[in-house]
Write a protein that binds this ligand. Structure first.
Ligand SMILES: Nc1ncnc2c1ncn2[C@@H]1O[C@H](COP(=O)(O)OP(=O)(O)OP(=O)(O)O)[C@@H](O)[C@H]1O
Ligand SMILES: [Mg+2]
Length: 282
C-alpha cells in the first residue's frame, strides 16, 4: 500500500457474508484491494436482519431499500450488523492476513448521523422511516484516515448514533457513498449479489450516466435496494469520487475482475480520466 494512492471505499452487501465460503472469498478480495490502496470497508446485512426479524415474529417493511425501523427493529439491526456480521467479517479478514478493525458509524470521527427526515419514495409517497439515520457533515472522517495510515483496514457496520446518543439504522450504501465523498476517495466499489445494475431482461447494464440512472429509478427498472445504491452512487459522483462501480461479489475473490456496472464520469465536471482509472479493470 502506498500513502499517495487514493482511498478505496468497498461496500459489501450482507448476502456475500452469510456463508463461510463467501466470507473467505471476500476476505481474500479485501486483502487484494488493501494491498493496492488504503481501504475502508462498509457492510450491510439486510437478509440476516430479515431472517432474525422473522424468527422473532417482527414484521419487516422497506421503502426503496430503506428499512422502516421501529424500536424492536432497531434492536435487531444493531445486534445483527454491529454484532454478528461485523465481528465474523473482521475475523475472516484477519485469517486472510488483513489487519481489520471492526467499527460502526457511532465511533468517534466516522460520521455525524441525523435522524432522517420523512422520505419521499420513488413512487411519490412520504414515509416516516423511524429510527433511520442519514449521514451528514463534510469534515474528513479522521479516525478512518488514521487507521488507514497505520496500515489497518476499518470495517464499518452501517449503524450509527445521533448527537443525543440515539442509535440509528443507516443504509449501508448510503453510508459508503457518503464516506467515499468525505474521504475524497479515488474509488467507490459496491459489491452485491447481482452482476451490477440489471436491465428489464436481467442483463448487466455495463455503464450508465446520471440521466440513465434517474430514468431507471423513475420507471421502476431499479427498485428496492438498488434505488438506495444508485442514489449513493449519485452522491459519491457529485462529491467527486473518480471511479464508481457496482459489481457482483459472489463466487469471486477478486472484485477487480467482477462483472458489473460502471458509473460514467461527466467529462466537463472533472479532469481527463487517466489510463489507470479509465473503465473497470478486467
Ligand atoms: N435493476 C436492478 N438491478 C439489480 N438489482 C436490482 C434492480 N432493481 C432492484 N434490484 C434489487 O436490489 C437488490 C440489491 O439491494 P439489497 O439492499 O437487497 O442488497 P445489498 O444492498 O447488496 O445488501 P445490504 O442491504 O445487506 O447491504 C437486488 O438483490 C435486487 O433484488
Ligand atoms: Mg441494501
Amino acid at each position: 500500500m502506498t500513502g499517495e494512492t487514493g482511498t478505496t471505499v468497498l461496500k459489501l452487501g450482507g448476502e456475500l457474508l452469510e456463508e463461510p465460503d463467501g466470507r473467505r472469498d471476500i476476505a481474500t478480495a479485501i486483502c487484494r484491494l488493501a494491498s493496492q490502496s488504503p481501504l475502508v470497508v462498509v457492510h450491510g446485512g439486510g437478509r440476516e436482519v430479515d431472517a432474525e426479524m422473522t424468527a422473532k415474529g417482527i414484521p419487516t417493511r422497506a421503502v426503496d431499500g430503506l428499512r422502516v425501523t421501529d424500536a424492536a427493529t432497531l434492536e435487531v439491526v444493531v445486534d445483527v450488523l454491529a454484532g454478528r456480521v461485523n465481528t465474523r467479517l473482521v475475523a475472516a479478514a484477519r485469517v486472510a492476513g488483513v489487519e481489520a478493525v471492526g467499527l460502526t458509524a457511532a465511533d468517534a470521527g466516522i460520521s455525524t448521523i441525523q435522524r432522517a427526515e420523512p422520505y419521499t419514495a420513488a413512487e411519490g409517497t412520504l414515509v416516516d422511516l423511524g429510527f433511520v439515520g442519514q449521514p451528514t457533515g463534510a469534515d474528513r472522517p479522521v479516525l478512518l484516515d488514521r487507521l488507514c495510515q497505520a496500515g489497518l483496514v476499518p470495517i464499518v457496520a452501517s449503524v450509527g448514533a445521533d448527537s443525543g446518543g440515539q442509535l440509528l439504522n443507516v443504509n449501508a450504501d448510503t453510508l459508503a457513498g457518503h464516506l467515499a465523498g468525505r474521504l475524497g476517495a479515488a474509488r467507490l466499489l459496491i459489491a452485491g449479489g447481482t452482476a451490477g445494475v440489471l436491465d428489464e431482461q436481467g442483463r448487466t447494464i455495463p455503464s450508465m450516466d446520471m440521466d440513465l440512472m434517474h430514468r431507471l429509478i423513475a420507471d421502476g427498472r431499479a427498485s428496492a435496494g438498488m434505488v438506495a445504491k444508485l442514489i449513493a452512487c449519485r452522491e459519491a459522483h457529485r462529491a467527486g469520487v473518480g471511479r464508481i462501480d457496482i459489481v457482483t461479489g459472489t463466487h469471486t475473490d477478486n472484485l477487480d475482475t467482477s462483472a458489473g456496472t460502471t458509473i460514467q464520469q461527466v467529462a466537463q465536471e472533472r479532469a481527463p480520466v487517466s489510463p489507470s482509472s479509465a473503465g473497470r479493470a478486467g
